[in-house]
Design a binder for this molecule. Structure first.
Ligand code: ADP
Ligand code: MG
Length: 464
Protein backbone atom coordinates (compact mmCIF):
# COMPACT_ATOMS: atom_id res chain seq x y z
CA UNK A 1 0.00 0.00 0.00
CA UNK A 2 1.30 3.44 -0.92
CA UNK A 3 1.95 5.64 2.10
CA UNK A 4 2.65 9.35 2.32
CA UNK A 5 6.25 8.70 3.46
CA UNK A 6 6.85 6.74 0.25
CA UNK A 7 6.60 9.99 -1.70
CA UNK A 8 10.01 10.94 -0.29
CA UNK A 9 11.66 7.81 -1.60
CA UNK A 10 12.85 7.27 -5.18
CA UNK A 11 12.36 10.98 -5.88
CA UNK A 12 8.68 10.23 -6.25
CA UNK A 13 7.67 13.79 -5.44
CA UNK A 14 9.94 15.08 -8.17
CA UNK A 15 8.62 12.63 -10.68
CA UNK A 16 5.10 13.74 -9.93
CA UNK A 17 6.03 17.40 -10.21
CA UNK A 18 7.73 16.71 -13.52
CA UNK A 19 4.33 15.68 -14.85
CA UNK A 20 2.64 18.88 -13.75
CA UNK A 21 1.40 21.33 -16.35
CA UNK A 22 3.24 24.20 -14.74
CA UNK A 23 6.93 24.97 -14.74
CA UNK A 24 8.67 25.13 -11.36
CA UNK A 25 12.01 26.71 -10.43
CA UNK A 26 13.63 26.78 -7.00
CA UNK A 27 16.67 28.97 -6.23
CA UNK A 28 18.77 29.60 -3.17
CA UNK A 29 19.21 33.06 -1.72
CA UNK A 30 21.88 33.87 -4.34
CA UNK A 31 19.68 32.91 -7.25
CA UNK A 32 21.40 29.59 -8.01
CA UNK A 33 18.99 26.98 -9.34
CA UNK A 34 18.79 24.08 -6.95
CA UNK A 35 15.77 22.44 -8.48
CA UNK A 36 13.60 22.77 -11.58
CA UNK A 37 11.06 20.43 -13.05
CA UNK A 38 10.98 18.94 -16.50
CA UNK A 39 8.49 21.53 -17.81
CA UNK A 40 10.85 24.36 -16.91
CA UNK A 41 13.81 22.61 -18.54
CA UNK A 42 11.78 22.00 -21.69
CA UNK A 43 10.66 25.59 -21.65
CA UNK A 44 14.19 26.94 -21.73
CA UNK A 45 15.36 24.26 -24.17
CA UNK A 46 17.95 22.87 -21.78
CA UNK A 47 18.58 19.71 -19.81
CA UNK A 48 17.58 20.02 -16.18
CA UNK A 49 20.91 18.56 -14.98
CA UNK A 50 22.80 21.24 -16.96
CA UNK A 51 20.78 23.97 -15.36
CA UNK A 52 21.01 23.01 -11.71
CA UNK A 53 23.87 24.85 -9.99
CA UNK A 54 23.78 27.77 -12.40
CA UNK A 55 22.27 31.20 -11.91
CA UNK A 56 18.60 31.51 -12.87
CA UNK A 57 19.28 34.62 -14.99
CA UNK A 58 21.32 32.50 -17.42
CA UNK A 59 18.09 30.89 -18.49
CA UNK A 60 15.46 33.39 -17.43
CA UNK A 61 17.10 36.84 -17.64
CA UNK A 62 14.06 38.66 -16.28
CA UNK A 63 13.06 36.05 -13.72
CA UNK A 64 10.58 37.30 -11.18
CA UNK A 65 12.50 35.17 -8.70
CA UNK A 66 15.21 37.84 -8.71
CA UNK A 67 12.71 40.34 -7.38
CA UNK A 68 11.70 37.94 -4.64
CA UNK A 69 15.32 37.57 -3.59
CA UNK A 70 15.58 41.31 -3.36
CA UNK A 71 12.28 42.06 -1.64
CA UNK A 72 11.70 38.80 0.23
CA UNK A 73 7.99 38.73 -0.45
CA UNK A 74 5.77 36.97 -2.94
CA UNK A 75 5.01 38.27 -6.41
CA UNK A 76 1.73 36.99 -7.65
CA UNK A 77 2.26 38.27 -11.09
CA UNK A 78 -0.53 38.95 -13.49
CA UNK A 79 1.85 40.12 -16.17
CA UNK A 80 2.71 38.16 -19.28
CA UNK A 81 6.38 37.24 -19.65
CA UNK A 82 8.14 36.31 -22.83
CA UNK A 83 10.95 33.83 -23.41
CA UNK A 84 11.69 34.11 -27.08
CA UNK A 85 8.33 33.59 -28.72
CA UNK A 86 6.85 31.80 -25.73
CA UNK A 87 4.48 33.44 -23.29
CA UNK A 88 3.89 32.63 -19.69
CA UNK A 89 2.51 34.01 -16.44
CA UNK A 90 4.37 33.41 -13.20
CA UNK A 91 3.97 33.56 -9.43
CA UNK A 92 7.03 33.60 -7.17
CA UNK A 93 7.29 32.99 -3.44
CA UNK A 94 10.04 33.36 -0.85
CA UNK A 95 11.26 30.28 1.04
CA UNK A 96 11.83 30.63 4.76
CA UNK A 97 13.25 27.86 6.86
CA UNK A 98 12.36 28.77 10.38
CA UNK A 99 12.77 32.54 10.38
CA UNK A 100 15.66 32.51 7.99
CA UNK A 101 15.24 33.57 4.36
CA UNK A 102 16.73 30.76 2.27
CA UNK A 103 15.64 31.34 -1.31
CA UNK A 104 12.58 31.38 -3.54
CA UNK A 105 10.51 29.30 -5.87
CA UNK A 106 8.31 30.11 -8.81
CA UNK A 107 5.45 28.41 -10.56
CA UNK A 108 4.73 29.43 -14.10
CA UNK A 109 2.10 28.61 -16.62
CA UNK A 110 2.50 28.51 -20.34
CA UNK A 111 -0.30 30.58 -21.83
CA UNK A 112 0.33 29.77 -25.45
CA UNK A 113 -2.63 27.41 -25.40
CA UNK A 114 -4.86 30.03 -23.86
CA UNK A 115 -3.63 32.44 -26.44
CA UNK A 116 -4.45 30.03 -29.23
CA UNK A 117 -7.85 29.51 -27.70
CA UNK A 118 -8.46 33.23 -27.51
CA UNK A 119 -7.58 33.55 -31.14
CA UNK A 120 -10.00 30.79 -32.01
CA UNK A 121 -12.76 32.49 -30.04
CA UNK A 122 -12.06 35.73 -31.84
CA UNK A 123 -12.14 33.89 -35.13
CA UNK A 124 -15.50 32.38 -34.32
CA UNK A 125 -16.87 35.72 -33.20
CA UNK A 126 -15.81 37.38 -36.39
CA UNK A 127 -17.15 34.53 -38.40
CA UNK A 128 -20.48 34.96 -36.69
CA UNK A 129 -20.42 38.60 -37.60
CA UNK A 130 -20.59 37.54 -41.24
CA UNK A 131 -24.11 36.40 -40.51
CA UNK A 132 -25.09 39.20 -38.20
CA UNK A 133 -28.16 41.09 -39.36
CA UNK A 134 -27.95 44.77 -40.20
CA UNK A 135 -28.54 46.88 -37.12
CA UNK A 136 -29.28 50.17 -38.85
CA UNK A 137 -32.06 51.06 -41.26
CA UNK A 138 -29.45 52.84 -43.32
CA UNK A 139 -27.34 49.73 -43.87
CA UNK A 140 -30.23 47.58 -45.07
CA UNK A 141 -29.75 46.86 -48.75
CA UNK A 142 -32.74 48.04 -50.72
CA UNK A 143 -33.58 50.86 -48.32
CA UNK A 144 -34.01 53.19 -51.24
CA UNK A 145 -35.39 50.49 -53.53
CA UNK A 146 -37.54 47.44 -52.88
CA UNK A 147 -37.70 48.05 -49.14
CA UNK A 148 -38.11 51.80 -49.16
CA UNK A 149 -41.82 51.88 -48.36
CA UNK A 150 -41.61 48.88 -46.07
CA UNK A 151 -38.95 50.51 -43.92
CA UNK A 152 -40.84 53.78 -43.67
CA UNK A 153 -43.90 51.82 -42.62
CA UNK A 154 -41.81 49.81 -40.16
CA UNK A 155 -40.81 53.02 -38.41
CA UNK A 156 -44.39 54.19 -38.44
CA UNK A 157 -45.58 51.12 -36.54
CA UNK A 158 -43.93 52.38 -33.38
CA UNK A 159 -43.12 55.96 -34.25
CA UNK A 160 -46.48 57.45 -35.14
CA UNK A 161 -47.79 60.32 -33.06
CA UNK A 162 -50.82 58.35 -31.91
CA UNK A 163 -48.60 55.78 -30.23
CA UNK A 164 -47.19 52.37 -31.10
CA UNK A 165 -49.22 49.68 -32.84
CA UNK A 166 -49.02 45.96 -33.28
CA UNK A 167 -47.89 44.84 -36.69
CA UNK A 168 -47.56 41.90 -39.02
CA UNK A 169 -44.60 41.10 -41.24
CA UNK A 170 -45.19 38.75 -44.14
CA UNK A 171 -42.41 37.40 -46.32
CA UNK A 172 -40.75 34.23 -47.49
CA UNK A 173 -38.06 32.62 -45.40
CA UNK A 174 -34.80 34.60 -45.37
CA UNK A 175 -36.23 37.89 -46.65
CA UNK A 176 -35.34 39.86 -43.54
CA UNK A 177 -38.40 39.62 -41.28
CA UNK A 178 -36.45 39.02 -38.09
CA UNK A 179 -33.99 41.70 -39.06
CA UNK A 180 -36.80 44.23 -39.56
CA UNK A 181 -38.48 43.28 -36.28
CA UNK A 182 -35.19 44.00 -34.54
CA UNK A 183 -34.85 47.30 -36.36
CA UNK A 184 -38.34 48.29 -35.22
CA UNK A 185 -37.34 47.42 -31.67
CA UNK A 186 -34.22 49.52 -31.90
CA UNK A 187 -36.13 52.41 -33.40
CA UNK A 188 -38.80 52.22 -30.68
CA UNK A 189 -36.06 52.64 -28.10
CA UNK A 190 -34.53 55.54 -30.01
CA UNK A 191 -37.78 57.48 -30.14
CA UNK A 192 -38.54 56.65 -26.52
CA UNK A 193 -41.70 54.63 -27.10
CA UNK A 194 -40.14 51.94 -24.94
CA UNK A 195 -37.38 52.15 -22.34
CA UNK A 196 -33.76 51.68 -23.22
CA UNK A 197 -33.64 48.43 -21.31
CA UNK A 198 -36.98 47.22 -22.67
CA UNK A 199 -37.11 43.53 -23.61
CA UNK A 200 -37.38 41.99 -27.06
CA UNK A 201 -38.85 38.55 -26.63
CA UNK A 202 -38.93 36.22 -29.58
CA UNK A 203 -41.17 33.18 -29.76
CA UNK A 204 -41.06 30.77 -32.62
CA UNK A 205 -44.65 29.62 -32.57
CA UNK A 206 -43.77 26.64 -34.72
CA UNK A 207 -41.35 25.24 -32.19
CA UNK A 208 -43.97 23.78 -29.86
CA UNK A 209 -45.31 20.33 -30.53
CA UNK A 210 -47.60 20.35 -27.55
CA UNK A 211 -50.19 23.09 -27.11
CA UNK A 212 -50.29 22.82 -23.32
CA UNK A 213 -46.57 23.41 -23.10
CA UNK A 214 -46.84 26.26 -25.59
CA UNK A 215 -49.55 27.94 -23.53
CA UNK A 216 -47.49 27.65 -20.36
CA UNK A 217 -44.40 29.00 -22.09
CA UNK A 218 -46.26 31.98 -23.46
CA UNK A 219 -48.63 32.79 -20.63
CA UNK A 220 -46.76 31.30 -17.70
CA UNK A 221 -48.12 28.98 -15.08
CA UNK A 222 -49.02 28.84 -11.42
CA UNK A 223 -47.86 26.06 -9.20
CA UNK A 224 -49.93 22.94 -9.67
CA UNK A 225 -51.54 23.98 -12.95
CA UNK A 226 -50.46 20.56 -14.09
CA UNK A 227 -48.84 17.87 -12.02
CA UNK A 228 -45.43 19.10 -11.12
CA UNK A 229 -45.79 22.49 -12.76
CA UNK A 230 -44.09 25.41 -11.06
CA UNK A 231 -44.91 29.05 -10.77
CA UNK A 232 -43.38 30.61 -13.84
CA UNK A 233 -43.48 33.86 -15.73
CA UNK A 234 -44.51 33.39 -19.33
CA UNK A 235 -42.82 35.01 -22.31
CA UNK A 236 -45.73 37.43 -22.66
CA UNK A 237 -45.07 38.74 -19.17
CA UNK A 238 -41.34 38.82 -19.81
CA UNK A 239 -41.98 41.05 -22.81
CA UNK A 240 -43.79 43.58 -20.63
CA UNK A 241 -42.77 47.10 -21.56
CA UNK A 242 -41.17 45.91 -24.78
CA UNK A 243 -41.78 43.90 -27.91
CA UNK A 244 -43.10 40.38 -28.29
CA UNK A 245 -42.00 38.96 -31.62
CA UNK A 246 -44.22 36.06 -32.64
CA UNK A 247 -42.32 34.32 -35.42
CA UNK A 248 -44.13 31.78 -37.60
CA UNK A 249 -47.33 33.16 -36.16
CA UNK A 250 -49.42 30.98 -38.48
CA UNK A 251 -48.58 28.15 -36.07
CA UNK A 252 -50.30 29.86 -33.13
CA UNK A 253 -53.07 27.28 -33.27
CA UNK A 254 -55.18 26.73 -30.18
CA UNK A 255 -53.82 29.57 -28.13
CA UNK A 256 -55.07 32.21 -30.53
CA UNK A 257 -58.09 32.85 -28.31
CA UNK A 258 -55.88 33.34 -25.27
CA UNK A 259 -53.73 35.69 -27.23
CA UNK A 260 -56.74 37.61 -28.47
CA UNK A 261 -57.94 38.01 -24.90
CA UNK A 262 -54.56 39.27 -23.81
CA UNK A 263 -54.38 41.74 -26.69
CA UNK A 264 -57.92 43.00 -26.10
CA UNK A 265 -57.72 43.37 -22.35
CA UNK A 266 -54.04 44.15 -21.84
CA UNK A 267 -54.04 41.47 -19.16
CA UNK A 268 -52.98 37.89 -19.02
CA UNK A 269 -53.79 35.03 -16.74
CA UNK A 270 -51.18 32.39 -16.08
CA UNK A 271 -52.21 28.81 -16.73
CA UNK A 272 -53.77 27.45 -13.54
CA UNK A 273 -54.00 30.93 -12.07
CA UNK A 274 -56.88 33.27 -11.44
CA UNK A 275 -54.97 36.50 -10.95
CA UNK A 276 -55.06 38.92 -13.85
CA UNK A 277 -51.69 40.47 -14.62
CA UNK A 278 -51.52 43.70 -16.61
CA UNK A 279 -49.12 43.62 -19.54
CA UNK A 280 -48.05 46.36 -21.88
CA UNK A 281 -46.59 44.75 -24.96
CA UNK A 282 -46.14 45.67 -28.62
CA UNK A 283 -46.66 42.59 -30.74
CA UNK A 284 -44.95 41.94 -34.06
CA UNK A 285 -46.23 38.78 -35.72
CA UNK A 286 -44.20 37.38 -38.61
CA UNK A 287 -45.11 34.66 -41.03
CA UNK A 288 -44.30 33.14 -44.37
CA UNK A 289 -48.02 32.69 -44.91
CA UNK A 290 -50.82 35.15 -45.35
CA UNK A 291 -52.03 35.51 -41.77
CA UNK A 292 -55.40 36.71 -42.90
CA UNK A 293 -56.13 33.14 -43.89
CA UNK A 294 -54.49 31.56 -40.89
CA UNK A 295 -55.73 33.57 -37.94
CA UNK A 296 -58.96 34.20 -36.13
CA UNK A 297 -60.37 37.26 -37.87
CA UNK A 298 -60.57 39.22 -34.60
CA UNK A 299 -56.96 38.48 -33.74
CA UNK A 300 -55.79 39.26 -37.23
CA UNK A 301 -57.61 42.57 -37.13
CA UNK A 302 -55.99 43.49 -33.84
CA UNK A 303 -52.47 42.66 -34.97
CA UNK A 304 -52.65 43.82 -38.58
CA UNK A 305 -52.79 47.48 -37.76
CA UNK A 306 -49.75 47.65 -39.96
CA UNK A 307 -48.92 44.97 -42.44
CA UNK A 308 -45.45 44.85 -43.94
CA UNK A 309 -44.88 42.74 -47.03
CA UNK A 310 -41.25 41.88 -47.61
CA UNK A 311 -40.54 41.03 -51.24
CA UNK A 312 -38.73 37.81 -52.08
CA UNK A 313 -35.31 37.99 -53.66
CA UNK A 314 -36.90 37.04 -56.97
CA UNK A 315 -38.93 40.24 -56.88
CA UNK A 316 -35.92 42.47 -56.37
CA UNK A 317 -34.05 44.18 -59.15
CA UNK A 318 -30.75 42.97 -60.52
CA UNK A 319 -29.16 46.18 -59.20
CA UNK A 320 -30.27 45.26 -55.73
CA UNK A 321 -28.90 41.77 -56.07
CA UNK A 322 -25.62 43.35 -57.09
CA UNK A 323 -25.75 45.57 -54.03
CA UNK A 324 -26.38 42.55 -51.83
CA UNK A 325 -23.56 40.74 -53.59
CA UNK A 326 -21.12 43.58 -52.92
CA UNK A 327 -22.44 44.03 -49.41
CA UNK A 328 -21.72 40.44 -48.39
CA UNK A 329 -18.32 40.46 -50.10
CA UNK A 330 -17.44 43.62 -48.21
CA UNK A 331 -18.48 42.05 -44.93
CA UNK A 332 -16.26 39.08 -45.67
CA UNK A 333 -13.34 41.31 -46.54
CA UNK A 334 -13.75 43.30 -43.34
CA UNK A 335 -13.73 40.15 -41.26
CA UNK A 336 -10.57 38.86 -42.92
CA UNK A 337 -8.81 42.18 -42.61
CA UNK A 338 -9.68 42.51 -38.96
CA UNK A 339 -8.76 38.95 -38.21
CA UNK A 340 -5.45 38.75 -40.04
CA UNK A 341 -4.43 42.38 -40.29
CA UNK A 342 -3.96 42.39 -44.02
CA UNK A 343 -5.47 43.83 -47.14
CA UNK A 344 -7.86 41.36 -48.76
CA UNK A 345 -8.92 41.63 -52.39
CA UNK A 346 -11.79 39.52 -53.64
CA UNK A 347 -12.59 39.23 -57.32
CA UNK A 348 -15.30 37.13 -58.89
CA UNK A 349 -14.91 36.12 -62.53
CA UNK A 350 -17.67 37.36 -64.81
CA UNK A 351 -19.12 33.86 -65.10
CA UNK A 352 -19.13 33.26 -61.36
CA UNK A 353 -20.72 36.61 -60.63
CA UNK A 354 -23.40 36.08 -63.26
CA UNK A 355 -24.12 32.59 -61.96
CA UNK A 356 -24.55 33.85 -58.40
CA UNK A 357 -26.66 36.82 -59.40
CA UNK A 358 -28.95 34.76 -61.59
CA UNK A 359 -29.44 31.63 -59.54
CA UNK A 360 -32.68 30.82 -57.76
CA UNK A 361 -32.80 31.30 -54.03
CA UNK A 362 -35.82 29.71 -52.39
CA UNK A 363 -34.44 30.79 -49.03
CA UNK A 364 -33.81 34.28 -50.29
CA UNK A 365 -31.25 36.71 -48.83
CA UNK A 366 -30.06 34.25 -46.21
CA UNK A 367 -29.24 31.70 -48.87
CA UNK A 368 -27.75 34.30 -51.16
CA UNK A 369 -25.48 35.42 -48.33
CA UNK A 370 -24.47 31.83 -47.61
CA UNK A 371 -23.64 31.23 -51.27
CA UNK A 372 -21.43 34.32 -51.42
CA UNK A 373 -19.63 33.38 -48.20
CA UNK A 374 -19.28 29.77 -49.22
CA UNK A 375 -17.82 30.67 -52.60
CA UNK A 376 -15.20 32.94 -51.07
CA UNK A 377 -14.43 30.27 -48.48
CA UNK A 378 -13.86 27.77 -51.24
CA UNK A 379 -11.41 29.98 -53.11
CA UNK A 380 -9.61 31.66 -50.21
CA UNK A 381 -6.14 30.52 -49.14
CA UNK A 382 -5.69 28.57 -45.93
CA UNK A 383 -4.58 30.47 -42.87
CA UNK A 384 -1.38 28.44 -42.88
CA UNK A 385 -0.61 29.64 -46.40
CA UNK A 386 -0.88 33.35 -45.66
CA UNK A 387 2.46 33.63 -43.91
CA UNK A 388 3.31 37.26 -43.28
CA UNK A 389 1.93 38.66 -46.49
CA UNK A 390 0.32 42.04 -46.12
CA UNK A 391 -2.05 41.71 -49.03
CA UNK A 392 -3.74 38.71 -50.56
CA UNK A 393 -5.96 38.24 -53.57
CA UNK A 394 -8.64 35.68 -54.12
CA UNK A 395 -10.27 34.98 -57.46
CA UNK A 396 -13.56 33.13 -57.36
CA UNK A 397 -14.51 31.15 -60.41
CA UNK A 398 -17.33 28.79 -61.30
CA UNK A 399 -15.56 25.86 -59.67
CA UNK A 400 -15.82 27.55 -56.28
CA UNK A 401 -19.57 28.01 -56.35
CA UNK A 402 -21.59 25.68 -54.15
CA UNK A 403 -23.90 24.78 -56.99
CA UNK A 404 -21.21 23.65 -59.32
CA UNK A 405 -22.53 21.75 -62.22
CA UNK A 406 -22.16 18.02 -62.36
CA UNK A 407 -20.76 17.66 -58.88
CA UNK A 408 -23.49 16.32 -56.71
CA UNK A 409 -21.37 16.29 -53.60
CA UNK A 410 -20.44 19.93 -53.81
CA UNK A 411 -23.99 21.19 -53.98
CA UNK A 412 -23.93 21.88 -50.29
CA UNK A 413 -26.01 24.99 -50.19
CA UNK A 414 -28.65 24.53 -52.80
CA UNK A 415 -28.99 20.82 -52.31
CA UNK A 416 -32.75 20.97 -51.75
CA UNK A 417 -33.42 21.91 -55.35
CA UNK A 418 -33.33 19.46 -58.19
CA UNK A 419 -30.77 21.63 -59.90
CA UNK A 420 -28.00 19.07 -59.98
CA UNK A 421 -26.76 17.80 -63.27
CA UNK A 422 -26.67 14.15 -62.34
CA UNK A 423 -25.78 11.28 -64.63
CA UNK A 424 -29.22 11.12 -66.15
CA UNK A 425 -29.30 14.86 -66.81
CA UNK A 426 -25.87 14.67 -68.41
CA UNK A 427 -27.09 12.08 -70.84
CA UNK A 428 -30.14 14.18 -71.63
CA UNK A 429 -28.09 17.34 -72.18
CA UNK A 430 -25.66 15.58 -74.49
CA UNK A 431 -28.52 14.00 -76.38
CA UNK A 432 -30.28 17.35 -76.82
CA UNK A 433 -27.07 19.04 -77.84
CA UNK A 434 -26.31 16.36 -80.40
CA UNK A 435 -29.83 16.89 -81.69
CA UNK A 436 -28.83 20.54 -82.25
CA UNK A 437 -30.62 22.32 -79.40
CA UNK A 438 -29.16 25.37 -77.62
CA UNK A 439 -28.82 25.84 -73.84
CA UNK A 440 -32.08 27.75 -73.40
CA UNK A 441 -34.09 25.13 -75.18
CA UNK A 442 -32.27 22.36 -73.36
CA UNK A 443 -33.00 24.02 -70.02
CA UNK A 444 -36.69 24.08 -70.90
CA UNK A 445 -36.71 20.49 -72.03
CA UNK A 446 -34.95 19.46 -68.83
CA UNK A 447 -37.63 21.12 -66.75
CA UNK A 448 -40.14 18.82 -68.39
CA UNK A 449 -37.99 15.96 -67.17
CA UNK A 450 -38.18 17.23 -63.58
CA UNK A 451 -34.93 19.20 -63.57
CA UNK A 452 -34.59 22.80 -62.58
CA UNK A 453 -31.34 23.69 -64.33
CA UNK A 454 -30.96 27.15 -65.70
CA UNK A 455 -29.66 27.76 -69.17
CA UNK A 456 -26.38 29.29 -68.13
CA UNK A 457 -25.58 26.23 -66.10
CA UNK A 458 -26.34 24.08 -69.11
CA UNK A 459 -24.12 26.34 -71.16
CA UNK A 460 -21.37 26.09 -68.60
CA UNK A 461 -21.64 22.33 -68.50
CA UNK A 462 -21.45 22.08 -72.28
CA UNK A 463 -18.39 24.32 -72.33
CA UNK A 464 -16.61 22.00 -69.91
N1 ADP B 1 -32.07 43.91 -47.14
C1 ADP B 1 -31.08 43.29 -46.51
N2 ADP B 1 -29.85 43.82 -46.44
C2 ADP B 1 -28.83 43.18 -45.82
N3 ADP B 1 -28.96 41.98 -45.26
C3 ADP B 1 -30.16 41.39 -45.28
C4 ADP B 1 -31.29 42.02 -45.90
N4 ADP B 1 -32.36 41.21 -45.77
C5 ADP B 1 -31.94 40.12 -45.10
N5 ADP B 1 -30.62 40.23 -44.80
C6 ADP B 1 -29.82 39.22 -44.12
O1 ADP B 1 -30.37 37.97 -44.44
C7 ADP B 1 -30.38 37.14 -43.28
C8 ADP B 1 -31.75 36.56 -43.09
O2 ADP B 1 -32.64 37.55 -42.62
P1 ADP B 1 -33.75 37.21 -41.54
O3 ADP B 1 -34.23 38.49 -40.99
O4 ADP B 1 -33.24 36.22 -40.58
O5 ADP B 1 -34.88 36.55 -42.47
P2 ADP B 1 -36.29 35.92 -42.04
O6 ADP B 1 -36.53 36.25 -40.62
O7 ADP B 1 -37.28 36.56 -42.97
O8 ADP B 1 -36.18 34.45 -42.30
C9 ADP B 1 -29.91 37.98 -42.13
O9 ADP B 1 -28.58 37.62 -41.83
C10 ADP B 1 -29.94 39.39 -42.63
O10 ADP B 1 -28.84 40.10 -42.15
MG1 MG C 1 -36.74 34.91 -39.01
Amino acid sequence: MLKYEDLYSDKLFERIIDRSNDGINVVDEKGILIYLNQISADYSNNMAEDMVGKHISEFYPDAVLLKVLENKHAFLDKKIHYVGTKKYVVSSYPIYVGNEFKGAFSVFKDIQEMDDLNRKVKYLELHLSLNRPEDKFSSVIGNSGSLKDVLVKAKRTVGSLAGPRHSIIIGESGTGKTMIANLIFKYAKEVGVIDNDAPFIEINCGQFTNTDIAAMEIFGSEEGAYTGSKQKKGLFEQANGGILFLDEAHALDNYQTMLLKAVESGRIRRIGGSREIPVDVIIIAASTKNLKDEMLPELYQRLAQYELYIPSLKERSIEERKNLFNHFIEKYINVVEELHGLRYNVVFTKDAEAAILNANYPRNIRQFRDVVNFSIDAAAPLISDIGDEKEINTVIDMEHLPFEIGEETSSIVISKRKDIIDGHAKDLIKGYRDAGYGPRKISKMLSEEGYDIEYYKVAYYLKK
